[in-house]
Design a protein around this ligand. Structure first.
Ligand code: GAP
Length: 584
């Protein structure tokens, strides 16, 4: 007897997400649109809760971060200055037989024998001199590679083509062939990921604009306006949550790589290390035992970077993503962008592999300087403390700093300042002016929603007294992010006094937390429905609530906890006091 096919974990999550109204395919009734997803009633609440926890952690709970809400379409010069117009691309390759498009660096590397042809001819005398090759899958006969070759030349207008000039060659780990049929792929070409549109009715090239591929650039572009309109002074941050768009070559893994998604980004502006050195005498050195609990005046970029890695890790722990499901990838020197000093990816163990959830980059002064150069509007700040500190330095100390800085920049392979630029930079710094450096924690809201959905998904086998077993699904969301916090049930729906009391409890709660009233089916079925929705608490109003067993239990309800199924009696008057701290 054949074994039932094991359904991959991700498929089960996608199926539950649709069944329970977390995530739907966009435009599904028209066959869907690849890379776009909609959030259903529970998903919309889940996402809102995630957004709120992030916003609270990043701004409301801090004195040194403020928010921004910028437009999706901005002046196209922003994307030129930021480098996105010229370099925000992925390598793309097409299958020469099926025309299927691949992200060239994501093609599974393959080894085997490649069959190459110099061209083909057919019975009508028609000839093609186009070369073509196909990789022979292990264990398959040579004819299967030739079949692919014949398909290629047939598409070039030949009837029953005869392959010409066949040679073979062994290849190892090649990304040059379609893994599905072995056909040769085109050479990779860069494909810019920005969505283009036109602003205004004429729709000419001059009106071309882009949907933002990240929220960060608006923060840089509005940096000076925020400084001028708030009391914030460096070090401080500006954060933003909003839609971003990338025309990904191959959207995949459910919502993980989408074409429309939401980002939650912070740009935290800090003084250059040289300014800290002047003010504090030295820059605090990073070590494994460094105390990162509270920012200190003598922190340079490295301590700030480590601090934000810790802050973000603590944030994830606070919504139920602990050390067991996270990992870190510290980018190597070769992986780092030339302007970045460090970048760490916080990874989550998704069912399809351990992948990036958030990147935290130390980007130096690259972005603000790029906008300063392109817009010709100064992006530097004046810092009295820095000016006063340098005023106390000797000429020798200043000269030594200039020389050190020059040596540092001469050693850079790319993007270093010339000696003259270093002179100018130091001159300004000594007067208290500098372009702030930045630490950028950048997270994806949709990826986070997928992470918490994957993390919450649990299957529980239940056997009834008759021995019949069934699989129940429990979404173990942390109460802070659960879409519904509490389910309220009357024990029986045909007892008006129970229903009235249950509605009274529901009305009391729903003003303060997301509550759901349900009177349909058995209590067991109602618990199961809320377990699938991830509701952490359920309340049942029964005859004891009405005082049938005396005053002791009157106006108490059964509080049932989702994760261990435990139940307790709680006074209605104490419910809010019990529940609010658990879900807030
Ligand atoms: N400003 C820096 C920046 O945008 P990124 O690594 O390209 O950096 C940051 O993106 C985060 O945005 C990623 O860690 C991921 O969570 C999310 N993200 C990026 N591309 C995405 C996509 N196509 N679909 C869903 N989320 C995406």
């Amino acid at each position: 007897m054949s074994q039932p096919k094991e359904v991959p974990q991700m498929e089960k999550i996608v199926s539950l997400a649709k069944r329970r109204g977390f995530v739907f395919q966009s435009s599904e009734i028209y066959g869907g649109i690849n890379g776009f997803w909609d959030y259903g009633p529970l998903g919309a609440e889940l996402k809102r809760n995630l957004r709120d926890t992030w916003w609270r952690a990043m701004t409301r709970d801090r004195e040194d971060v403020v928010g921004l809400d910028a437009t999706i379409i901005m002046h196209p010069a922003i994307w030129k200055a930021s480098g996105h117009v010229d370099t925000f691309s992925d390598p793309m390759a097409d299958c020469l037989v099926t025309q299927k498009r691949f992200r060239a660096d994501h093609v599974e590397p393959q080894s085997g024998v490649v069959y190459k042809w110099t061209g083909a001819t057919d019975e009508t005398g028609k000839t093609s001199n186009d070369t073509f090759s196909a990789l022979l899958a292990a264990g398959k006969p040579a004819e299967s590679a030739r079949k692919v070759g014949i398909q290629f030349y047939t598409q070039r207008g030949l009837t029953n083509p005869q392959l010409l000039g066949e040679t073979t060659e062994k290849v190892e780990n090649s990304r040059g062939f379609n893994p599905e049929n072995g056909a040769q792929l085109t050479d990779p070409v860069p494909f810019n990921l920005m969505f283009k549109t036109y602003v205004g009715a004429t729709a000419t090239e001059e009106d071309k604009a882009y949907l933002r591929p990240e929220t960060a650039q608006a923060i840089f572009a509005q940096f000076k306006n925020v400084v001028n309109s708030t009391p914030q002074r460096v070090p401080f941050g500006i954060c933003q949550i909003g839609k971003a768009f990338r025309n990904e070559v191959t959207p995949r893994n459910f919502t993980f790589r989408s074409r429309e998604f939401e980002q939650m980004e912070l740009e935290f502006f800090i003084k250059p290390d040289e300014a800290i050195e002047a003010v504090c005498g030295s820059v605090a050195p990073w070590s494994e035992s460094a105390d990162l609990s509270k920012p200190q005046d003598n922190w340079g970029w490295e301590m700030w970077h480590r601090y934000w890695v810790k802050e973000r890790t603590d944030y994830y722990a606070g919504i139920g993503l602990g050390a067991d499901v996270l990992d870190y990838h510290w980018q190597t020197k070769e992986e780092l962008a030339h302007y970045a000093r460090a970048c760490v990816d916080i990874l989550f163990k998704f069912p399809f592999g351990t992948e990036e959830l958030e990147g935290i980059a130390a980007r130096g002064d690259f972005d603000l300087t790029a906008h300063q150069n392109a817009s010709r509007k100064p992006q530097d700040v004046f810092d009295e403390e820095v000016k006063n500190a340098f005023a106390k330095w000797t000429d020798e100390q200043r000269a030594a700093l200039v020389e050190r800085k020059k040596a540092e920049h001469r050693a850079k392979e790319k993007g270093g300042m010339t000696d003259a630029q270093v002179d100018e930079w130091c001159e300004k710094l000594f007067k208290g002016f500098y372009v702030p450096h930045v630490i950028e924690p950048s997270a994806g809201l949709d990826r986070l929603a997928l992470a918490v959905l994957s993390n919450a998904y649990t299957e529980v086998e239940k056997t009834d007294p008759k021995g019949k077993s069934e699989t129940l699904y429990v979404m173990r969301f942390h109460p802070r992010i659960a879409p519904v916090k509490v389910g309220v049930f009357p024990l029986l729906k045909n007892k008006p006094e129970l229903v009235a009391k249950a509605r009274e409890v529901y009305e009391l709660l729903r003003k303060n937390l997301a509550a759901f009233y349900d009177e349909g089916g058995s209590i067991g079925k109602r618990y199961a429905r809320q377990d699938e929705a991830g509701t952490p608490f359920c309340l049942t109003i029964d005859f004891d609530t009405l005082g049938e067993k005396g005053d002791d239990l009157k106006d108490t309800v059964t509080l049932r906890h989702r994760d261990d199924g435990s139940q307790e009696r709680v006074k209605i008057s104490e419910l809010l006091g019990r529940l609010l701290p658990l879900v807030g």
